[in-house]
Design a binder for this molecule. Structure first.
Ligand SMILES: Cc1cc2nc3c(=O)[nH]c(=O)nc-3n(C[C@H](O)[C@H](O)[C@H](O)COP(=O)(O)OP(=O)(O)OC[C@H]3O[C@@H](n4cnc5c(N)ncnc54)[C@H](O)[C@@H]3O)c2cc1C
Ligand SMILES: *[C@@H]1O[C@H](CO)[C@@H](O)[C@H](O)[C@H]1NC(C)=O
Ligand SMILES: *[C@@H]1O[C@H](CO)[C@@H](O)[C@H](O)[C@H]1NC(C)=O
Ligand SMILES: *[C@@H]1O[C@H](CO)[C@@H](O)[C@H](O)[C@H]1NC(C)=O
Ligand SMILES: *[C@@H]1O[C@H](CO)[C@@H](O)[C@H](O)[C@H]1NC(C)=O
Length: 491
């Protein structure tokens, strides 16, 4: 007994000593290489370590704040030498705090100070530093010749994390995912060399980055193709008269058919369901009169009518869905929420899945009094941009799907309740229990850290996984860029 205690104290002490030695080794290496870091406990440290999702805070071994590509290279080299995992953080909006490593003890490369956006007026190609946030990107592109790329709604989300794993928003039915606009990237690899990649240069790496980019290196800057921002967009919503499972299943089935066959390319929309209301919300790339004409048949099918519409310009459209936040945001960024979230992508739902999902929605979910929501994005269909891109062009695995879902359960005070996980897990199972694996998948931009690494890789990457694991074996065989759901290399 005493001996065991002594042994375990000894073991504990030696582990702690090893931890301190590692920390000292990293500190020495970084300062020797002249890499800027946050002093532990400083204001900058506290800002950089604050996760968007307060449910999942982690403590890095050190935080590097590079101002050059050479600093990123040196940081990667120091991490490799010290045997420490390293992860880039751009907007810090990972639902699982994977920018902080998703666990304690990683070296974090905080990129959010690097955020310049420059449009080449001859080619309309934008060069964007990796730490830029979506609102800053949209504003800067618009101010340089009214250009735009496709992306999501929240101004504080980092372009890097977003576009390296997908990037869906109120432009995506018309213009595809954020990653569909990526033309090239400059990347620091695990051996600390820097390479450019594109369709013609290091093309396997470029393929892997566009879907699973967090596992292959640290992108320091991007090239993006751009499109001309529309001069007029119309923001709209309509209440859905779904008061019970039967009404929801009937309405959703009609909507599904319309999205599959009829929804015009210019229309972008989602169902937004909360405990007390269910709405259709959207953005039409065109004037209000054209929207009203295009959507009238759907309103009849759904037994509702269009609410107020707001005709505005492109930036007005962005502001309409930004939750009232400042659009052009950069460091320091301080918004946080406490939540658990899950994702899903599915094909059109067969009747059994539709029934089961709506039964859960109006039977169980409506009983939960927390501030939850479900978003169902009208993502695919005949006129959608996402399925028009060949599946093998990028590692993004879900182009054949019709809907993208986000399940989000917030807690405003205290800690997240342990029975919250069952609530959303049960809802997702209500779909997947009635689908084949080919009919569904998951989206790592709404990362769910309760899945183990094996299950996560399969659900996020489906048919792309074997090749992703090959590329991982080539560029990062020792998993320097590890986090709990990163790609595992082929043996
Ligand atoms: C409020 C909110 C709104 C959102 N809205 C949308 C939306 O409308 N549509 C949508 O599709 N998604 C949306 N998301 C999800 C968002 O796209 C993802 O969370 C995204 O990964 C965040 O990127 P980030 O750079 O902010 O996060 P981070 O936490 O910094 O990074 C996320 C992951 O990417 C890696 N990474 C970051 N930078 C780099 C880099 N330079 N090189 C390589 N890997 C890198 C990190 O290591 C980490 O694994 C939203 C999230 C939030 C919190
Ligand atoms: C990457 O491309 C940029 C121009 O886009 C160039 O300045 C740089 O030298 C290239 N780097 C490498 C390693 O090829
Ligand atoms: C993708 O598939 C098409 C058709 O099978 C093939 O011609 C093309 O070479 C493939 N591209 C890549 C990048 O693998
Ligand atoms: C991972 O999770 C899946 C699904 O819950 C389970 O079947 C599998 O055994 C788990 N694998 C490991 C290695 O824990
Ligand atoms: C670094 O890794 C890349 C990708 O594996 C490889 O092509 C390159 O030769 C390596 N460079 C050095 C200097 O080892």
């Amino acid at each position: 007994m005493r001996l065991i205690r002594l042994l375990s104290i000894g073991l504990y002490t030696s582990l702690a000593t090893a931890g301190l030695e590692k920390r000292a080794a990293i500190d020495d290496c970084l300062s020797g290489a002249g890499v800027p870091t946050d002093a532990r406990g400083s204001t900058a440290w506290n800002q950089d370590v604050a996760p968007f999702n307060q449910r999942v805070p982690y403590t890095p071994i050190a935080i590097v704040v590079p101002s050059s590509v050479a600093h990123v290279q040196a940081a990667v080299s120091c991490a490799a030498k010290a045997g420490v995992k390293v992860n880039p953080k751009s907007g810090g909006h990972s639902y699982a705090s994977f920018g902080l490593g998703g666990e304690d003890g990683h070296l974090v490369v905080e990129l959010d100070r690097l955020n310049t956006v420059t449009v080449d007026s001859a080619t309309n190609i934008a060069t964007i530093q990796a730490g830029a946030r979506l609102g800053h990107v949209a504003t800067s592109l618009y101010n340089q010749g009214k250009r735009a790329i496709s992306h999501g709604t929240c101004p504080g989300v980092g372009l890097a994390g977003h576009s390296l794993h997908g990037g869906f928003g109120f432009s995506s039915h018309t213009h595809g995912l954020a990653l569909d606009w990526m033309a090239g990237a400059t990347v620091v690899l695990a051996n600390s060399t820097v390479v450019n990649c594109s369709l013609t240069q290091n093309s396997d790496l470029f393929w892997a980055l566009r879907g699973a980019g967090s596992s292959f290196g640290i992108v320091t800057s991007f090239q993006f193709n751009t499109f001309e921002a529309p001069s007029v967009v119309t923001v709209f919503s309509a209440n859905l008269p779904w008061n019970n499972a039967q009404q929801a299943a009937t309405g959703w089935t009609a909507l599904q058919d319309w999205v599959t066959n009829t929804m015009p390319a210019e229309m972008n929309m989602r169902v937004f369901g909360m405990s007390f209301s269910t709405q259709l919300q959207g953005m039409y790339y065109g004037p209000s009169t054209a929207l009203q004409q295009a959507i009238a048949p759907l309103m009849t099918l759904l037994g509702t009518s269009l609410g107020q519409t707001q005709q505005t310009d492109y930036m007005g459209g962005f502001a309409a869905y930004d939750n009232g936040d400042t659009v052009d945001v950069s460091h320091p960024y301080s918004l946080q929420e406490l939540f658990f979230s899950k994702s899903l992508v599915t094909t059109a739902l067969p009747a059994a899945a539709m029934q089961s999902a709506t039964n859960y929605w109006f039977g169980q979910a409506k009983q939960v009094s927390r501030s939850w929501y479900i978003i169902i994005d009208m993502y695919g269909g005949k006129n959608a941009a996402i399925p028009k891109v060949p599946t093998n062009l990028t590692s993004y695995a879900h182009r054949d799907k019709l809907f993208l879902y986000e399940f989000y359960d917030r807690q405003y005070y205290g800690s997240y309740p342990s029975n919250g996980f069952d609530f959303l897990n049960g809802w997702v199972k209500a779909f997947t229990n009635n689908l084949t694996p080919a009919q569904w998948g998951m989206y790592i931009n709404y990362a769910d850290p309760t899945m183990n690494q094996t299950e996560a890789q399969i659900n996020y990457y489906r048919d792309s996984l074997p090749k992703l694991r090959q590329v991982k074996a080539q560029v990062d065989p020792n998993q320097l860029f590890y986090y709990p759901q990163s790609i595992q290399p082929n043996k």
